[in-house]
Design a protein around this ligand. Structure first.
Ligand code: IDP
Ligand code: MG
Length: 149
């Protein structure tokens, strides 16, 4: 199988809850190569561009605020790129379902996520959903020089 790259973000609730280390450990089970990792204090422009395809959704403003850390003490995001066979499906399995209540209890979102009373899915991690999205997102978050070959 040809190797894939995938963008994984630990969103600001992960840092506020001080579980970034455990989340990275869970992604280690994917047996993938970590080729990029950095902390990002997310500006409005980046958050809006990241979720550009969800602009029409009722929860768009909330998820932009969420990614910027506005719901979680202005914490930053840990941005990572993993590469390897089947990297996208592997990382999405480790992350669990979008709704933390529906996520496998042993997945990242099942373990650490929650649904707020306002209905925001605070699900700790973002994982690109397909090859095209992964390419777009990796370019958005990383310069080439920040990634290992
Ligand atoms: P994904 O993160 O599992 O790929 P997307 O559909 O890309 O899910 O949605 C992006 C983010 O928007 C989710 O991770 C979650 O935080 C939030 N979200 C998605 N659907 C809903 C919803 O129905 N209600 C509230 N928040 C949602
Ligand atoms: Mg998505």
């Amino acid at each position: 199988m040809t190797p894939q790259s995938v963008l994984v973000l630990i969103k600001p609730d992960g840092l506020q809850k001080a579980v970034a280390g455990e989340v990275i450990s869970l992604f280690s089970a994917g047996d993938l190569k970590l080729v990029g990792l950095k902390l990002v204090q997310v500006p409005l422009k980046l958050a809006r561009a990241h979720y550009g395809h969800l602009r029409g959704q009722t929860f768009f403003a909330e998820i932009v605020d969420y990614l910027m850390g506005k719901l979680h003490g202005n914490n930053p995001v840990v941005a990572m790129v993993y590469t390897g066979p089947d990297a996208i499906a592997k990382c999405r399995r480790i992350a669990g379902a979008t709704n933390p209540e529906a996520a496998d209890p042993k997945s990242v979102r099942g373990k650490f996520g929650r649904v707020t009373t306002k209905g925001v899915f605070e699900n700790l991690v973002h994982v690109s959903s397909d090859v095209k999205e992964a390419r777009r997102e990796i370019k958005l978050w990383f310069r080439k020089s920040e990634l290992l070959a």
